[in-house]
Ligand binder design. Structure first.
Ligand SMILES: *Cc1c(COP(=O)(O)O)cnc(C)c1O
Length: 240
């Protein structure tokens, strides 16, 4: 059952359930501290646990420790893991945090409670139509390419206003908030400040930003959702 963790020596190898529980507690504590320093109520911040590529035992340990909000970046992987868990834990809230192809929209709307990665008109339209078809309204966030990186998904900051308007008026797609993944080699604080400002300007209550390396900073800048993987589940084994 134990997997051999060959990753960097300072990385926690949380294979045992107790480690996952302890890691969750530590992350929650750090969120509360960061919120307190920023004069925010820690209850405003939702911890989205990202268990992608991790063995199912770790996910089960997180569930046993009381974690209910999870993020997955692939539809197929989430579909393989979550329906079974939901039979035992009906209150699971599942977020899609990776890119969504339009041919997977049907499965995604059926499976996820939140789509965090709405990043183009064609996808917004497909989501709105599929929700109507399934009679299921799920929460959607717009992914913003705060670093304006050409290869990266997301709406450029200067186009967010027009895109929100298109979603709302043309497709009737409700957008609850914004999410971003800052460029890996830049100071994340600048990107968090930009995203928070955009959300505020457009009256959007949800701000999804911050990962294992920078979630405390994100909380200081107003994140309502932080997406944390490695700090809870340990270093991901590389995919074959
Ligand atoms: C994998 C992933 C995370 C979690 O990353 P960690 O650095 O392991 O915390 C957060 N957000 C997105 C979009 C991801 O793909």
């Amino acid at each position: 059952m134990m997997t051999t963790d060959t990753a960097t020596p300072d990385a926690t190898p949380p294979d045992a359930p107790t480690d996952i529980a302890a890691n969750l507690a530590a992350v929650r504590h750090a969120i509360a501290e960061a919120a307190g320093k920023a004069g925010r109520d820690p209850a405003e911040v939702t911890l989205v646990a990202v268990g992608k590529v991790q063995p199912i035992e770790k996910l089960e340990a997180a569930l046993a420790a009381g974690q209910r909000v999870f993020g997955e970046n692939r539809v197929q992987e989430a579909k393989a893991k979550f329906p079974a868990q939901r039979e035992r834990y009906p209150d699971i809230e599942l977020h899609l945090i990776g890119p969504l192809q339009t041919n997977k929209v049907k499965e995604a709307v059926a499976l996820f409670d939140v789509i965090e990665t709405v990043d183009r008109p064609k996808l917004a339209k497909a989501l709105a139509e599929e929700m109507t078809k399934q009679g299921r309204r799920i929460s959607c966030y717009v992914e913003v390419n705060t670093g304006a990186e050409p290869q990266k998904a997301g709406i450029p900051p200067e186009e967010v206003e027009a895109f929100l308007e298109t979603c709302r008026t043309e497709y009737g797609l409700p957008i609850a908030g914004l999410m971003c993944i800052p460029p890996a080699d830049e100071e994340p604080a600048l990107h968090f400040a930009l995203l928070a400002d955009l959300a505020k300007r457009h009256g959007l209550p949800v701000i999804s930003m911050g990962m294992s390396g920078d979630y405390e900073t994100a909380v200081r800048f107003g994140a309502t959702h932080v997406r944390v993987g490695t700090a809870i589940f340990g270093v991901r084994q590389p995919k074959e």
